[in-house]
Every structure is written in structure tokens, then in C-alpha cells.
Design a protein around this ligand. Structure first.
Ligand SMILES: NC(=O)c1ccc[n+]([C@@H]2O[C@H](COP(=O)([O-])OP(=O)(O)OC[C@H]3O[C@@H](n4cnc5c(N)ncnc54)[C@H](O)[C@@H]3O)[C@@H](O)[C@H]2O)c1
Length: 271
């Protein structure tokens, strides 16, 4: 008889989401709460979206810690993780969604824009992965998520890469380079931490309808390459369609997925 031992009680741990105030990050926080996660840490440098989401999740019965922090700043990332552990004792499902972009041809990209995008998209993800991993290495595997010891995890970390971490389009060179680096970072973390019960993976979304993409400035630069009509699915993805993958990858049902970059793009990179 085959027994599925993946998840006995659902998601019983603590979720921490960066970039939680908007788009994919906010949808991921909601998706975790919908799957029963009752302790959530919401991190963003912009406070506006966090307040609304905090109230919404609390009204659903969740305990919520809001941390205003810039992920590109080492001290702020360290403080954010420390605050989370002080509040909830551990962190189990981290989703690093904070991200930014700069638009323009490579020869017109300023060093300032390059450093800003790299600072958030790769240094910021590195700082988060480093501090999250360091905490997870100190905590016991979460037995309440699975009855199968080999599936029990000290933690899961998911970074938001992009299809632009696999292919390139003209007009966003720093973004493309930063997302390629995110793909490599998850592999580096996975090979060091897989034996310690920590999984580090990426999600690579295609064109997703969020405030990052849903504005005339971005569309004017990128629509020729990545607009929804160019996607085999014939539409943009929704933030919720990325969030659902994040929740699955965080769970012990994905216990053998490590160092992977899951493309969620409606078929765009299959063309
Ligand atoms: N929307 C898409 O089509 C798409 C496609 C591929 C990848 N992604 C990636 O998914 C992630 C989420 O994107 P989104 O579409 O939800 O964007 P979004 O702009 O809606 O949300 C990004 C959030 O990150 C926060 N943020 C930005 N810089 C920060 C910093 N330094 N410190 C803390 N918070 C910061 C913003 O305040 C915002 O709340 C990003 O990493 C993005 O590159 C998005």
C-alpha cells in the first residue's frame, strides 16, 4: 500500500514575505493565510500596502508582524529576521519577493540605476537568504508539517527570480543580469543546506499583472517582447497564480525540490 506522508497538518509554521506590500508578495501572504498559516511576518520598505494587508489578515484570525525594512540594507535585514524570531520563535517559509527594475538600453544604463537594481534584486536577496538560512540552521525541523521525518524541514526559502533570469529581452539589462544571479544563488544555497533540511528555490514568473508591470512606462518599453498577447496562454498571469506555486514549494509536498527555478509563464519561454 502506498501512503502519502507529505503533509499531515498543512502549513503549521511561520511565514516571512518580503515585498509583501504589493503584487506577488501580498498575494503570497494571503495564500499562506488561506492554507492555515496563522503567523505571518510582512516585510516591505513602503508602509502603505502593509497596513491594509495586516488589517485584512488579522481580521481572518492571523497574528501578523509588520516590519518596515529595505532589503538592500544589511542592518535592516538582520533586524527584520531578529524581530521575526523574537515575535514567533522561528521562521519556516520565507518568500523573497521585494524587487525593482530600471528601464533603458544597456548603453544608456547609468551606474546608479545598475547599482540600485543589483542592490535590491541580488544583494537584497543574498542578504535575506543568508540571514534566513542562518536562523533556519539553528532551529529544529518542523515535525508538525509532516509525519515523515525525511520530509520534515528546518525551512524553505523561495526567491522571486523571473523568466528574465533564463532569457533576456532588450531594455532591462540590470534586471536581466540580477535575475540570472538569483538563479545561481538558489543553487549555491541548496548545495550547502540541503543536507541540513533547508530548501532554497526560485520561482520565475512570466508577465504577471501587478503594479510593477501594469503601468504605461513599463509597457512602452517591454510590451513588444513580453506583452500578454505574446504569451501562448494569451493573457498575463495573476499574482495569485504565482502565490499558489510559492505555497506548494514551501510545503513538505515539495520536499525533494531544491535549487530549482520553477518557470510559471503561461508557456512564454517554450516558444
Ligand atoms: N510582475 C511581473 O510580471 C514579474 C515577473 C517576473 C518576476 N517578478 C518579480 O516578482 C517580484 C514581485 O514583483 P511584483 O510584480 O509583485 O512587484 P510589485 O512592484 O507589485 O511589488 C514589489 C514590492 O517590493 C517592494 N520593494 C521594492 N524594493 C524594496 C526594498 N529595497 N526593500 C523592501 N521592499 C522593497 C515594493 O515596495 C513593493 O511592495 C519582484 O522580485 C519581481 O522582479 C515580477
Amino acid at each position: 500500500m502506498v501512503t502519502n506522508t507529505a503533509s499531515s497538518s498543512g502549513l503549521t509554521g511561520v511565514a516571512l514575505i518580503t515585498g509583501a506590500g504589493s503584487g506577488i508578495g501580498a498575494a503570497t501572504a494571503r495564500a499562506f493565510a488561506a492554507k492555515g498559516v496563522s503567523r505571518l511576518v510582512l516585510v516591505d520598505f513602503a508602509p502603505a500596502g502593509l497596513k491594509t494587508l495586516e488589517a485584512e489578515l488579522q481580521s481572518g484570525g492571523a497574528q501578523v508582524l509588520v516590519v518596515q525594512a529595505d532589503v538592500s540594507k544589511e542592518a535592516e535585514v538582520k533586524d527584520a529576521i531578529a524581530e521575526a524570531v523574537t515575535a514567533f520563535g522561528r521562521i519556516d517559509y520565507c518568500v523573497n519577493s521585494a524587487g525593482t527594475a530600471a528601464l533603458g538600453a544597456l548603453v544608456e544604463t547609468s551606474t546608479e540605476d545598475w547599482n540600485r537594481v543589483m542592490g535590491v534584486n541580488i544583494t537584497g536577496v543574498f542578504l535575506c537568504v543568508r540571514e534566513q538560512s542562518a536562523q533556519m540552521l539553528k532551529q529544529d525541523p518542523l515535525a508538525s508539517d509532516s509525519t515523515d521525518p525525511k520530509r520534515q524541514q528546518r525551512g524553505s526559502i523561495i526567491n522571486l527570480a523571473s523568466i528574465l533570469g533564463t532569457v533576456a529581452v532588450p531594455g532591462v539589462p540590470a534586471y536581466v543580469a540580477s535575475k540570472h544571479a538569483v538563479v545561481g544563488l538558489a543553487k549555491a544555497a541548496a548545495v550547502e543546506h540541503a543536507g541540513h533540511g533547508i530548501r532554497t528555490n526560485n520561482i520565475a514568473p512570466g508577465w504577471i499583472d501587478t503594479p510593477m508591470t501594469n503601468n504605461a512606462h513599463v509597457a512602452s518599453v517591454l510590451e513588444a517582447q513580453t506583452q500578454p498577447a505574446k504569451t501562448p496562454a494569451g493573457r498575463a498571469g495573476s499574482a495569485e497564480e504565482i502565490a499558489d506555486v510559492a505555497v506548494f514549494l514551501s510545503s513538505t509536498e515539495a520536499s525533494f525540490v531544491n535549487g530549482a527555478t520553477w518557470i510559471v509563464d503561461g508557456g512564454f519561454t517554450s516558444l
